[in-house]
Write a protein that binds this ligand. Structure first.
Ligand SMILES: Nc1ncnc2c1ncn2[C@@H]1O[C@H](COP(=O)(O)OP(=O)(O)O)[C@@H](O)[C@H]1O
Ligand SMILES: [Mg+2]
Length: 236
């Protein structure tokens, strides 16, 4: 008996009358780290927004920890334990780093200070910048903050949309390692979108390839070892 955290069954999503995602089926087991890759504009962000509940599918169901959440809005899904780190980070620029972290904690029922402490334990750079306005810290630090804000909500599932985008390589390495550590130490299940080959190959246990709004193929651990083959899926 497997322990499925997230399942999408026959998901279609449109913007207005334009169909974007077609017949998406995927399933993530507890503790897994699964990637979603694909070129620009194929529907990756649309898929992540559908998982967290910012977009509603026209067909299909989203099941989270055995519960049909298809009709639940994003804030309800967050309370059930989904943490979302949007593409482009989207921190509150005029609030301090610490206020941003506390915003994340407010969705959790626990409200424990430990959750906030844990964020600073994972991201000491945020600790140093607690009192600074979030809009004034570096792109990498804003990404850490977006992750920290989600982590403060005590998630069971973390959803990352291109965490490496627009961030300098040394910080990408750091953030990749931090995501791996969260998965290992906290047992958080991870679903992430990426176009960065190194991040995909370092983190993903398996990976769905999306093209033109459909799941084109699924790559297992052995497939992911072949760097060139994986790179071909991202080639324009
Ligand atoms: N709000 C929107 N309204 C209409 N079309 C959109 C909207 N957002 C994205 N799209 C279109 O949907 C397609 C998929 O976009 P997106 O999911 O952002 O792709 P990806 O994240 O893979 O780059 C693209 O063709 C994009 O132009
Ligand atoms: Mg995107």
């Amino acid at each position: 008996m497997t322990d499925t955290v997230l399942a999408l069954d026959g998901i279609d999503v449109s913007y207005g009358s334009t169909p974007i995602l077609r017949n998406i089926d995927l399933s993530i087991e507890a503790g897994e780290t699964v990637g979603i890759m694909g070129r620009n504009g194929v529907g990756k962000t649309t898929l992540m927004k559908t998982v967290i509940g910012l977009l509603s599918p026209t067909e299909g169901t989203v099941t989270y920890q055995g519960e049909d959440v298809t009709d639940l809005p994003a804030n309800r899904r967050a309370r059930l334990g989904m943490g979302y780190i949007p593409q482009g980070r989207d921190v509150f620029p005029d609030l301090t780093v610490h206020q941003n972290v506390r915003m994340g904690r407010s969705i959790s029922d626990h409200k424990s200070e430990n959750l906030v402490d844990r964020v600073y334990e994972y991201f000491p750079r945020l600790d140093e910048r607690r009192g600074q306005k979030a809009g004034t810290v570096s792109g990498g630090e804003q990404q850490m903050l977006a992750i920290g804000r989600a982590l403060a909500g005590n998630p069971d599932l973390l959803l990352f949309d291109e965490p490496s985008e627009g961030i300098q390589p040394s910080i990408v390495q750091q953030i990749t390692a931090d995501i791996g550590r969260m998965s290992e130490e906290l047992g958080v299940t991870v679903l992430f979108v990426e176009q960065n080959l190194r991040v995909i190959r370092e983190l993903a246990e398996r990976c769905y390839v999306i093209d033109n709004g459909r799941i084109e193929t699924e790559l297992g651990a052995t497939d992911l070892e072949d760097e060139e083959a994986v790179a071909n899926y991202l080639a324009v």
